[in-house]
Design a protein around this ligand. Structure first.
Ligand SMILES: [Zn+2]
Length: 331
């Protein structure tokens, strides 16, 4: 079967590997659609997370974990799934291949999708679970202001969840016009292009500019900030836009560089900084419910569809935030 393998930085190639065999407690999925994840981009750009994000088949590192497909074979000990079931997979790896084998102990990561939800739409499930988890780290109140740094698939998903569940005011910051336009369509209250204006100045103007004792930087007035961009600058901005006391910064991205910061800002603003990575099965169910019941429009995030043969091009396009939000590989 054909599969997209990672060979090294910026080097994705199509390889021919054997169709995996299932055990009697596992299933075989004929893959339909696989999204390119932010974590796949870390593999692609810097060889970060390579072991975590790829599955070794025939000595190749097959990439992709945000996939949907149809079960074409089920072992005789399998209960709960049968041939013909349409499923979305989370956590499982090796999705950018024509077939994926799921062993029995990982069937808990498969979720059935109804006929009314397309394979493509359902392939946005996995990157919707992460922001669901972030949302629950500190749920915004209706009166809260939330600043979202980064309007990629995670930041926009978080925005969709906040919008679907609360009346909180949302401010989203990015440098991609396309992504900010998408944020506007989702209903962000304020969009800031950090290429055109200083997000700190703008946010302080909108939410308040507060003195913080012993600190050279003032504080904004946001109750919650979330870093979905993963660069030192946005991390520090996340801390600065928080109100003078008891704000929460949710750090939901992977950083390729270290950060230097004045730790006193954490102390004098009594802030909470919480990391957000992964999600619980209940959060996957909650994310799937929003998708299949059309409480959110995940399709507006899909900007490109490319066949498996063009996976390398898919990674290049996904890396260009000015041109893409979500690239799907159609297998
Ligand atoms: Zn992912």
């Amino acid at each position: 079967m054909k599969a997209a393998a990672f060979f090294g930085k910026k080097d994705i190639r199509i390889v021919d590997v054997g169709i995996p065999e299932i055990k009697e407690d596992g299933v075989l999925i004929k893959t339909k659609v696989c999204g390119i994840c932010g974590s796949d981009m870390h593999v692609y750009n810097s060889d970060l997370l390579t072991e975590d994000s790829t599955k070794v088949i025939d000595d190749y590192r097959i990439i992709g974990h945000e996939f949907t497909g149809e079960i074409v074979e089920a072992g005789k000990k399998v209960t709960g799934f049968k041939t013909g079931d349409r499923v979305a997979s989370v956590h499982n790896k090796g999705g950018m291949a024509e077939y994926v084998e799921i062993p029995g102990d990982r069937l808990k990561n498969l979720f059935k999708i109804p006929d009314s939800t397309s394979f493509e739409t359902a392939a946005t499930l996995e990157p919707f679970c992460n922001p669901m988890h972030s949302f629950h780290m500190r749920e915004p109140q209706d009166s809260d202001t939330v600043a979202i740094f980064g309007a990629g698939i995670i930041g926009l998903g978080y925005l969709q969840i906040v919008k679907a569940n609360t009346k909180a005011r949302t401010i989203i910051i990015d440098i991609s016009r396309l992504r900010l336009e998408t944020a506007g369509r989702i209903g962000a209250d304020v969009v800031i292009n950090a290429k055109e204006e200083d997000p700190l100045k703008k946010i302080k103007k909108l939410t308040g500019d507060h003195y913080v004792r012993y600190q050279k930087n003032s504080a904004g007035g946001c109750d919650i900030s979330i870093d979905c961009a993963g660069i030192p600058k946005t991390f520090l901005q996340c801390l600065e836009v928080l109100k003078p006391e008891n704000g929460t910064a949710i750090i939901a991205s992977i950083f390729e560089n270290e950060i230097s910061l004045d730790a006193n800002t954490i102390v004098f603003k009594y802030m909470s900084i919480t990391g957000s990575m992964g999600y619980y099965p209940s959060e996957t169910a909650e994310a799937l419910d929003l998708i299949v019941n059309r409480k959110v429009d995940r399709d507006i995030l899909i900007t490109h569809r490319l066949p498996l043969d063009k996976a390398a091009e898919g990674f290049r396009v996904q890396g260009d935030s000015g041109k893409s939000v979500k690239v799907m590989i159609v297998v």
